[in-house]
Design a protein around this ligand. Structure first.
Ligand code: FE2
Ligand code: FE2
Length: 193
């Protein structure tokens, strides 16, 4: 399945603003994938699918996750919006016929990232965080956008650093996978230089 076929199937279920965000993420992910010589089709498919359930109300996401017996982290229980990735990956497989395991795992973890992410996965992740509208709303993200031209993992680490700083300042909980992801990027030496 290519991203245009998935887009056509998803559109009836998406509010206009969400469809527009996804289009911007696909466009930027495509650009970053080309810049870094990655598998563009795979990056576009993950970007297209990533927010299938982002517009579903958090209380409904929690109900769906509980009904399926999905493991729910206490941070996810407090902030059920975080379940839109894991649940979205399941529904993309079951209802939309997405079969690529790597794409589904990338979508599953697209909010906190994952230590096993490939460069293709990072292209989708970073594009989601710094697409033009998000950059307009949070100009500090320009640092992440600039780094994405040089290194996607460096851009991802800068993004996770910004989020951690914000979480500390605002006394927000941090998803455990965001911490594991950041640690793995730090161990890769990406914080130097
Ligand atoms: Fe999302
Ligand atoms: Fe998104």
């Amino acid at each position: 399945m290519d991203h245009l076929e998935l887009r056509a199937r998803m559109l009836p279920e998406l509010p206009e603003a969400m469809a527009a965000h996804i289009d911007r993420v696909v466009a930027l992910a495509d650009q970053l994938a080309r810049r870094h010589g990655l598998d563009v089709a795979r990056v576009r498919l993950a970007a297209q699918g990533h927010d299938l359930l982002r517009a579903v109300p958090p209380a409904e996401l929690l109900i769906r996750a509980e009904a399926r017996g999905m493991p729910i982290d206490p941070v996810e229980r407090a902030e059920p919006v975080m379940l839109h990735g894991p649940l979205g990956a399941l529904e993309l497989e079951e209802r939309f016929g997405v079969t690529d395991r790597g794409v589904l795992e990338a979508i599953r973890w697209h909010t906190p990232g994952h230590p096993d992410y490939t460069l293709e996965d990072w292209a989708m992740f970073v594009a989601d965080k710094v697409e033009p509208e998000k950059l307009r709303q949070a100009p500090a993200l320009q640092q992440v956008r600039d780094l994405a031209e040089e290194s996607l993992p460096r851009a991802a680490l800068a993004y996770l650093d910004q989020r951690l700083t914000e979480a500390v300042a605002k006394r927000w909980q941090v998803h455990p996978m965001a911490t594991l992801t950041r640690n793995s990027l730090l161990r890769a030496g990406l914080n130097e230089g």
